[in-house]
Design a protein around this ligand. Structure first.
Ligand SMILES: Nc1nc2c(ncn2[C@@H]2O[C@H](COP(=O)(O)OP(=O)(O)OP(=O)(O)O)[C@@H](O)[C@H]2O)c(=O)[nH]1
Length: 133
């Protein structure tokens, strides 16, 4: 099977099995911001009425404004339109990483993030593993 199709299948399976998703884009890449929106659309489509939780994370804050292509407000607005928490931070400097993970774990525990939690059985949720899509 071609590598691209294999990757697509893996992503679809990962989304189907997942309960919590931290969608990450880079503040220095408008393309990655668009990619984040594509991933969210895919999650919505695949999870449909099943429970899932999302946090939007803007990475590479350490690069500073000179390299910035995506404004903070754009991230905030997108997260607001999805009704999910938003963080800006950096994997390099560990800024807001723990906060983002704590927030999504709390959201799962509370079982109420707002979107698509009406059919709240969570029976399609994965077995606790973490998948990087
Ligand atoms: N400055 C900075 N660089 C980062 C940060 N996080 C990741 N990187 C760098 O960004 C590059 C891509 O990181 P990956 O972890 O491979 O991320 P990815 O989403 O798999 O990226 P792609 O391979 O481009 O799809 C690497 O060179 C990382 O070192 C960050 O917070 N700040």
């Amino acid at each position: 099977m071609p590598k691209k199709i294999q990757t697509q299948n893996l992503k679809t399976k990962g989304i189907k099995q997942g309960l919590a998703f931290i969608i990450v884009y880079s503040i220095d890449s408008d393309l990655s911001f668009k990619g984040a929106q594509d991933i969210y659309s895919k999650i919505q489509l695949i999870k449909d009425d099943k429970e899932y939780h999302v946090v939007l994370f803007a990475n590479k804050l350490d690069l500073g404004d000179a390299r910035r292509e995506v404004q903070t407000q754009q991230g905030k607005d997108l997260a607001k339109s999805w009704n999910v928490p938003f963080f800006e931070g950096s994997a390099l400097t560990s800024t807001n990483i723990i906060e983002a993970f704590e927030t999504i774990v709390r959201s799962c525990r509370n079982g109420k993030q707002g979107q698509n939690t009406s059919n709240n059985s969570g029976k399609d949720a994965g077995s606790g593993c973490c998948l990087i899509l």
